[in-house]
Design a protein around this ligand. Structure first.
Ligand SMILES: N[C@@H](CCC(=O)N[C@@H](CS)C(=O)NCC(=O)O)C(=O)O
Length: 209
């Protein structure tokens, strides 16, 4: 196996943490997004979408999404389970991950990519230039703030985002809270459950990655 990573990219951090939580060591190649290595013909032969993460399996398949990488790793290395074991748990985790991806990751990306100079004409990932729209940056900021405010409710009385054990839903929520920090957005001070959940998951060794 081989993992194509970028140290600064939230999406590949999602897989980096997952790999660490599984206790795996996978040979890793850094892709230099800042200098456009992901758009080179060499990298496009690996991932035609020009994005990280990518996981190359031992039989040469390239998995080009966080979800694909996670599912492969969970099936190949079931312990500890991060995507649930019972139908109910698997469904709840998938539900939470989808919601957090949409309301958190995509919202923060919308804000960042539509306002930062480094993303000029790269407001969306991919091979086709896409112009920034300042209104979308504002909308993304407001959506990200609403996502941060929603974490207390997602937790309810549970210790973790999808119940009483640490799962991929916690990984994506943690990565999104840190991503929101790039936009200078924080968990609300009075979101007591969310604050204590964040302290707990951010203290895990995998979170340092
Ligand atoms: N939903 C995809 C998103 C992948 C993605 O957007 N990756 C970003 C890094 S966070 C990327 O490769 N960006 C390249 C670019 O900015 O052109 C996944 O999680 O795999």
């Amino acid at each position: 196996m081989k993992f194509y990573d970028c140290a600064t990219a939230p999406s590949s951090r999602l897989v980096r943490i997952f790999i660490a939580e599984k206790g795996l060591e996978i040979p890793t190649q850094e892709v230099d997004l800042r200098h456009g290595e992901h758009l080179s013909p060499e990298f496009r032969a690996i991932n035609p979408y020009g994005t990280v993460p990518v996981l190359e399996t031992d039989d040469g398949q390239h998995l080009t999404s966080t979800q694909g990488c996670w599912r492969y790793l969970e099936a190949a290395f079931p312990e500890p389970p991060l995507l649930g074991t019972t139908p109910a748990d698997q469904a709840l985790i998938a539900d939470r991950v989808w919601r957090i991806d949409l309301d958190g990751v995509h919202a923060a990306a919308e804000a960042l990519r539509n306002r930062s100079r480094g993303f000029k004409d790269r407001a969306l990932t991919g091979l086709v230039p896409v112009a920034q729209i300042p209104e979308l940056a504002e909308r993304g900021l407001a959506r990200t703030q609403r996502f941060l405010e929603s974490i207390d409710g997602l937790l309810g009385d549970s210790e973790y985002i999808a119940g009483d054990s640490f799962t991929a839903a916690d990984i994506i929520a943690l990565v999104t809270v840190d991503f929101a920090g790039w936009l200078k957005l924080k968990l609300p001070e009075d979101a007591v459950r969310a604050q204590s959940w964040y302290e707990k998951v951010a203290a895990r060794p995998s979170a340092a990655l």
